[in-house]
Design a protein. Structure first.
Length: 366
C-alpha cells in the first residue's frame, strides 16, 4: 500500500524520508480517500509542532496517482524492534525513554493535538539514545473533523477505555497509552493481553497486577502508584498532563541516581548514562564471524562468573548499565572466550579504542 524512500533535498542540502501512498494499490476509492485524509491529518498535526522529540514533517502533496509526505529522516530503530530483542531494559533506560516521550507529549497536547496511537512501534530510538515520536495519522487535531472522537481508533492494548466507548476523548488517552508503555518497559509485557475482544474487556473492567508484583521482574514499588494513576479507568483520575506524569517519574531519578544491573547474580553498579541503542540492543548479529581467532586467548572452557563480572566492569565505563545486558547476550552466544571477547568488542560504541578494549577484557580472570 505504501513505501518510504530515502531521498535528498538539493535545495536545502539535507537527507529526507518520503512516505508515499499509491492510490492504485488501495482496495477501492473509499479506502484511498481515507488513507489520503489520514495523510493530510498527519501533516496538519505535525505541521503545528516543533520539538526535538517529534519527527518533523516538511511537505505534503497529493494528486490522482499518489499522496506523499516529506519528513525528517531519522536514523534509528523502533522501540518495538528493540523490545522484541530485549524485552526488559534497565531502570535507567526506562526512565530515559519515558522522560523524552512525556516531554514530547507535553508539546503535542499544548498545541491541541492528541496522538491517540502511542506504542513502541511509533517511537524511534536513535544511536545517541534520542527518542522520536512518529506516525500522527490518527491524531486528533483541534477543529479538524477527521476521526475526532471516533471510538475504536487506535491499537488494542494501548487504547484507553473511553476509546472503546462513545464517551468523550481528550489528551488523557495519550496519558493512558504512555502508562501502558511504562508498564511494558518495567515488566516486559503489556497489562492487557489476548485477542482484541479480550483486550477490550480487560481494558474496561480489569486492573492489572502492579509492576512490583509481576513474576517477570523485580521492579521497585515506587512505580506502582504511578502506573496505577496513568492506567486509571476514569480519565479524571489520571495525571492531568504529560508534564505531571513526567514530574512523578523524575522523583525516582532524584532518589536513585545509581542504578544497579545484574547478570546471573553479578551486581554491576553504574551511574545512569546515555543509552547507546545502536551499539547494544539493536545491532544485528547476522554475519558475525564465529570468532576473531583462538591464538590471543586460548581454551574453550565455560565462562566463569569472574570473567563475566570483569567484562561488565570494563564495559560499564562506556555503556552504563546496559553493559550487563550485552555481556549476558554475548555469553549465551559464544563458544570460546575468544568469541565472547569478539562479540563484546564489536558492540562497543563509535570512537572507542577497540584494540585497547580487547586488551582490557583479556587482562581479566582466566
Amino acid at each position: 500500500m505504501g513505501v518510504v524512500y530515502r531521498a535528498f533535498d538539493p535545495a536545502i542540502q539535507r537527507p529526507v524520508a518520503i512516505k508515499v501512498i499509491l492510490r492504485k494499490l488501495l482496495d477501492h476509492d473509499r479506502t484511498a480517500a481515507l488513507v489520503a485524509a489520514r495523510f493530510r491529518n498527519e501533516a496538519r498535526a505535525v505541521g503545528r509542532l516543533s520539538h526535538p522529540g517529534i519527527v518533523a514533517i516538511y511537505e505534503y502533496g497529493e494528486d490522482d496517482a499518489c499522496a506523499f509526505i516529506a519528513m525528517e529522516l531519522v536514523e534509528g530503530r523502533s522501540l518495538g524492534r528493540i523490545l522484541s530483542h530485549t524485552p526488559l531494559l534497565s531502570e535507567a533506560e526506562v526512565l530515559r525513554i519515558m522522560d523524552q516521550l512525556l516531554d514530547a507529549l507535553e508539546c503535542v497536547h499544548r498545541h491541541g493535538v492528541w496522538h491517540r496511537d502511542i506504542k513502541p512501534e511509533n517511537l524511534i530510538v536513535t544511536p545517541r539514545g534520542e527518542v522520536k515520536l512518529a506516525d500522527f495519522g490518527i491524531a486528533r487535531v483541534e477543529d479538524v473533523a477527521l476521526t475526532q472522537g471516533s471510538p475504536g481508533v487506535g491499537t488494542p492494548g494501548y487504547m484507553a477505555p473511553e476509546q472503546y466507548t462513545a464517551g468523550g476523548l481528550d489528551h488523557r488517552v495519550d496519558i493512558f497509552a504512555a502508562g501502558v508503555l511504562l508498564y511494558r518497559l518495567l515488566t516486559g509485557e503489556v497489562p492487557f493481553k489476548g485477542r482484541s475482544r479480550s483486550v477490550m474487556r480487560a481494558t474496561l473492567d480489569d486492573d492489572p497486577p502492579v509492576p512490583s508484583a509481576t513474576a517477570t521482574t523485580t521492579r521497585h514499588a515506587f512505580y506502582d502508584s504511578i502506573v496505577s494513576t496513568a492506567l486509571a479507568k476514569d480519565p479524571g483520575a489520571r495525571f492531568a498532563s504529560a508534564a505531571q506524569f513526567r514530574d512523578a517519574l523524575s522523583k525516582r531519578s532524584e532518589v536513585a541516581p545509581a542504578i544497579s544491573s545484574c547478570v546471573d547474580g553479578i551486581e554491576v553498579q553504574a551511574l545512569a548514562a546515555p543509552w547507546f541503542a545502536d551499539a547494544t540492543i539493536t545491532t544485528s548479529w547476522a554475519g558475525l564471524d564465529s570468532c576473531f581467532g583462538t591464538t590471543d586467548v586460548t581454551g574453550s572452557e565455560p565462562l566463569g562468573p569472574d570473567v563475566l563480572a570483569h567484562a561488565c566492569r570494563v564495559l560499564a565505563s562506556q555503556m552504563g548499565p546496559i553493559a550487563a545486558v550485552v555481556v549476558k547476550r554475548a555469553a549465551g552466544r559464544a563458544h570460546t572466550r575468544a568469541e565472547f571477547f569478539h562479540l563484546l568488542v564489536v558492540q562497543s560504541a563509535d570512537g572507542v579504542d577497540r584494540a585497547k578494549l580487547r586488551r582490557e577484557l583479556q587482562q581479566g580472570p582466566v
